[in-house]
Ligand binder design. Structure first.
Ligand code: FAD
Length: 445
């Protein structure tokens, strides 16, 4: 059996490795258009800031190492240009030698991921305007930020990546300005909580222009100014565009594969597409939100790794399943942890729930124990059943563990009463006798 995998970062390498484990007789070839494979995209901000010194620390496997470890034929710097499902062939271009060719498959896995949106704003092609997705992008950031003439950076987009990078640039001693079109950053959490993060960033020297869009970038050769729709001009030496990403699904679409939410590839829980013998996984595919039951596209490394495993296993005769997602996400913005899971009020209403929310000032641990602090914890519940539908948290400590407990409760379709009843661990350095999760449940009951 011959398996071809297209894309070699999180989901593609996970799929290829799993396929060889499940069926040692399978012949696997992995095509990746970049020269790096198998790296942690999630670690890129920390490599740029210098918290992680070595480029190699982010790279789990080089093409050679991956090939040796799993007996896979590696085709790095090879772009797949066409899938022919009738002939069961792919067409590729060898980007180093500028040669074209075809290869045949019995089974195919598409794990082409996602790429940053670069808006067609005048001046976008000026030097020192960058995006962030790959290790090569991060190298470019490092080359620019180590230039002593670069002191001011403007981030367009206050989402997860924009805010992780605000911290990274501040760590490098740069003056950081964030421009965000919405009234608040981090749309994945409620605005009341986003404001707390904005204030924390301001304490760390970050400037914000909220509710404003960019109309133009100006400069002779390199970017020098960012022009906002309010007429405001921001002087800058560098710009990061972080307004979101799009699934890479053109190849699949041209092959006749059905697309869904935001043009992500439609798959079932076995990661099968609508075409025989073609699977897809990772940031290029649509998932199901387990609370609303609605299709959702939430591209995250945590999900990509699991889906890759499922696709790899099933493509070679296994029977695994990915049930869906809760959209659980967590990030570090300076000293704050920002986390979310489940659905928001508007999604809950659209799914037929009657939602209400409760926000508490939650103690991270016992008040008399050193390091005591409050954090904000918000739960979204259904009025009729008391079911917990979503949760968000912001603060310096205690957020990560509560979000994971609440994600587990949401996954298990538990109620406010269950949150009170769950027997969680308590000792003064770790919690309070009635844990914030229990307090949330008590108040929502
Ligand atoms: P990708 O990583 O996009 O890889 C797809 C690969 O396919 C690419 O290398 C691409 O070159 C290749 N490809 C595409 N088309 C072709 C073609 N035609 N031929 C050959 N190759 C092709 N997720 C989290 O869960 N937690 C985090 O903290 C987190 N932080 C992040 C921080 C940053 C800065 C970034 C950029 C991402 C972060 N993510 C995080 C997201 C995470 O990195 C992605 O979800 C994950 O990389 C998705 O893996 P993937 O393999 O599906 O797609």
């Amino acid at each position: 059996m011959k398996l071809i995998v297209i894309g070699g970062v999180a989901s593609g390498t996970s799929a290829a490795a799993r396929a060889t484990r499940v069926n040692p007789d399978v012949e696997v070839t992995l095509y990746e258009k970049d020269d790096d494979i198998s790296y942690s995209g999630c670690g890129l901000p920390y490599y740029i800031s210098g918290v992680i010194d070595e480029r190699s620390s982010l790279i789990i496997n080089t093409p050679e190492k991956f090939s040796d470890k799993y007996g896979i034929t590696m085709k790095a710097s090879h772009e797949v240009t066409k899938i022919d499902p009738e002939k069961k062939e792919i067409h590729y271009k060898d980007l180093v030698n500028d040669e074209e060719g075809t290869d045949s498959y019995d089974k195919l896995i598409i794990s082409t991921g996602a790429k940053p949106i670069m808006p067609p704003i005048p001046g976008i092609d000026l030097k020192n305007i960058v995006s962030l997705r790959t290790v090569n992008h991060a190298d470019r950031h490092r080359r620019i930020t180590t230039n002593s003439e670069v002191n001011k950076v403007t981030i367009v987009g206050g989402g997860l990546i924009g805010m992780e990078m605000a911290e990274a640039y501040a760590e490098l001693g740069l003056e950081v300005t964030v421009v965000e079109k919405s009234e608040h950053i981090l749309s994945l959490i409620n605005s009341e909580l986003s404001e707390k993060v904005e204030n924390h960033c301001r304490e760390n020297g970050v400037k914000f222009f909220l509710g404003q869009g960019v109309t133009e970038f100006k400069g002779k050769d390199k970017v020098e100014k960012v022009i906002l729709d309010s007429g405001k001009e921001i002087e800058t030496d560098m710009v990061l565009i972080a307004i979101g990403i799009r699934p890479v699904s053109k190849l699949a679409k041209e092959a006749g594969i059905e697309l869904g939410v935001q043009d992500s590839i439609k798959v079932n829980g076995r990661m099968e597409t609508n075409l025989d013998d073609i699977w897809a996984c990772g940031d290029c595919v649509q998932s199901v939100n387990l609370v609303s039951g609605h299709p959702a596209w939430v591209p995250l490394g945590s999900t990509a790794n699991k889906q890759g495993r499922v696709a790899g296993e099933n493509a070679v005769g296994g029977n695994n399943f990915h049930r869906g997602i809760l959209g659980t996400g967590i990030t570090k913005v300076f000293d704050y942890i920002v986390a979310t899971t489940g659905i928001k009020e508007d999604e809950a209403k659209a799914a037929g729930f009657d939602p209400f929310s409760i926000t508490i000032k939650a103690p991270n641990h016992a008040g008399y124990y050193p390091g005591f602090e409050y954090f904000s914890l918000r739960g979204i519940f259904d009025k009729e059943t008391g079911r917990i539908l979503g949760a968000e948290g912001v603060g310096r400590s205690g957020v990560d563990k509560r979000i994971d407990v609440l994600a587990t409760a949401i996954y298990a379709e538990q109620t406010a009463d269950d949150l009170f009843q769950i027997d969680l661990g308590y000792a003064p350095p770790y919690s309070v006798p009635k844990d914030p999760v229990a307090i949330l449940g008590m108040l929502a009951k």
